[in-house]
Write a protein that binds this ligand. Sequence first.
Ligand code: HEC
Length: 394
Amino acid sequence: MEAHIAEWLNLLVRWIHFIVGVAWIGASFYFNWLENHLDRKPPQKEGIDGNLWAVHGGGFYHLKKFTNGPDTLPPVLHWFKWEAYMTWVSGVTLLTIVYYYNAKAMMIDSSVMALSPATAIAIGIASMIISWFVYDLLCKSPLRHKPLMLGIIIFAYLAILAFALSHLLSPRAAYIHVGAAIGTIMAANVFFVIIPSQKELVKALTENRIPDPGYGVNGLLRSRHNNYLTLPVLFIMISNHFPSTYGSPYNWLVLIGLAAVAVLTRHYFNIRHINKAVWMLPTALFGFILIMFATMPPKQTALAQNDIISTAKIMPIVKQRCFGCHSSKPTQPGFSAPPAGLAYDKPGVLENNADKINTQVMQKIMPLGNLTQMTDDERNRINRWYRSLKQEAQ
Ligand code: HEC
């Protein structure tokens, strides 16, 4: 009952997180695109920086960007901030439901470090708070006058965070907390810097004075950072489906590599209207393929006839180590239905999912948090069973 409610709560919050995240990033992409596509060719009307025509959903739109702002404040002004705040709030709620509520299974991997659940949770929360303070200090330091250098140092900080977390928490918890740290930086940027700088713009307008330029410069810097951080954070949010990324022994390096690929891709789209740096996209694709090959599992030698293992032979291992969660009626507290829909007590489910099972078991992601204490010898037997199936299929 409790597990069932937790699952539905998870569904509700995840759904909300997804929706508001789409709204936030969608708006951010749209305004970025708008800025880059404004027609700024003279002649423009007095006080207008550029304009743009668009057709969408059965109507024509004509947008204008003001050089300094309108003469009087319009009665309705849209702000675009709740998407960001709600994405963060729903994200942290989801983190709590999925990871902190079930910390023993979800956050701890004793082969990485035997932490207590409380310590693991504390590390997770600290990673978000510390990241914001480090990032914010960097942005306020003299480095802010050297945006490229600042960008590189922020990237380096996040790389160190990925390295540290992957040596403390379970692989998936490490990944998701790098994502949560980046998400925290992005939402805090909106809350502490971008929205206040917009408030200053509006205030200056109503007081009929020139806005303090410091605000605008700062807001633009943070909003640029948010723009570059979007693609890495989106990768992390879907990474859970890709065990060869977070499950790799060098998972932190995979994360850094894919983040670099994402930043380069974003950069290409940001600058292509002024500088067609065509080498960027192929380079990003090449980096992606390089990481794909670098994470390739070693080729396995053919099994000798007497090393062949049948499904019946591994059944006792699966019963002991997996059934607690992966059976029609899970007995593990916190599980009301077989996770990922995989109930190994049903005929054919093991064989049909052999690929996934082999990956999850050999990368030590399953059994979750090794709660059921599977041994290395048992893992090797699962691998031999998998290879036996492959060999038979040939
Ligand atoms: C403590 C509970 C638990 C135990 C024990 C457990 N699993 Fe899982 N397993 C899960 C959960 C939870 C998921 C869903 C993870 C997700 O996708 O969020 C899962 C997902 C999977 C998946 C699907 C992964 C995917 O990407 O679709 C496979 C395969 C799997 N487990 C295999 C195993 C095998 C094999 C064992 C036994 C050696 C095992 N699990 C033991 C909890 C468990």
